[in-house]
Design a protein around this ligand. Structure first.
Ligand code: SF4
Ligand code: SF4
Length: 183
């Protein structure tokens, strides 16, 4: 049964002499190349010399995640697992642990993520984890995932995901007014 009208019937029509010479196609291709060459001369190069130059990103850009801490430096994540359940790519894994008394300055809640990992090769940067989190603990940022040379290095743990007090990541552009009031 035909589901769409997108398919085309292919005909084996004989090529004309011009088509056999490929000249029209070659001239057409050269015309496009010349058009771009003239455009570059007139308007300057359109090439961004990345990474020295970085193209401005849209406000809705979703890049590498950050696990947030509160103003006292305690991790907000309580290892509830909602982000992992919401993740359509099954990119998030974690191991929960109970907070020890002496660790109250490290973790905000009695349960915390001892291990928290995101496989950046699986992630599709959809932002569902961010939406699912009841603790405002995870946000996507405008940072890029690093270039790595082996697959295992793309599994980012807490060492790469958790922000520090000295290097807080601004996520105010992605927070609701209520979330902005949280400390
Ligand atoms: S951004 Fe989407 S795919 Fe990536 S970890 Fe979050 S929920 Fe999963
Ligand atoms: S990041 Fe948020 S949703 Fe995910 S485990 Fe931590 S508290 Fe739960």
């Amino acid at each position: 049964m035909k589901l769409t009208n997108r398919s085309k019937v292919v005909s084996n029509k004989k090529m004309t002499v011009g088509e056999k010479l490929y000249l029209p196609a070659i001239l057409k291709g050269m015309g496009i190349t010349m058009k771009h060459a003239v455009n570059t001369v007139v308007n300057g190069s359109q090439t961004i010399k990345y990474p020295e130059e970085v193209k401005p990103r849209a406000k809705v850009w979703r890049g590498m995640h950050v696990l947030k801490i509160d103003d006292e430096g305690r991790e907000r994540c309580t290892a509830c697992g909602l982000c992992a359940v919401a993740c359509p790519a099954e990119a998030i894994t974690m191991t929960a642990a109970e907070r020890k008394k002496e660790d109250q300055n490290l973790y905000r809640e009695e349960k915390y993520a001892e291990i928290y990992e995101i496989d950046m090769l699986r992630c599709i940067f959809c932002g569902m984890c961010e939406e699912a989190c009841p603790k405002s603990a995870i946000y996507l940022t405008d940072r890029l995932v690093d270039v790595e040379t082996n697959r295992g290095s793309f599994v980012y743990g807490k060492d790469k995901l958790v922000e520090t007090l000295e290097n807080r990541i601004d996520v105010s552009g992605r927070q609701s007014e209520e979330q902005k009031k949280l400390v």
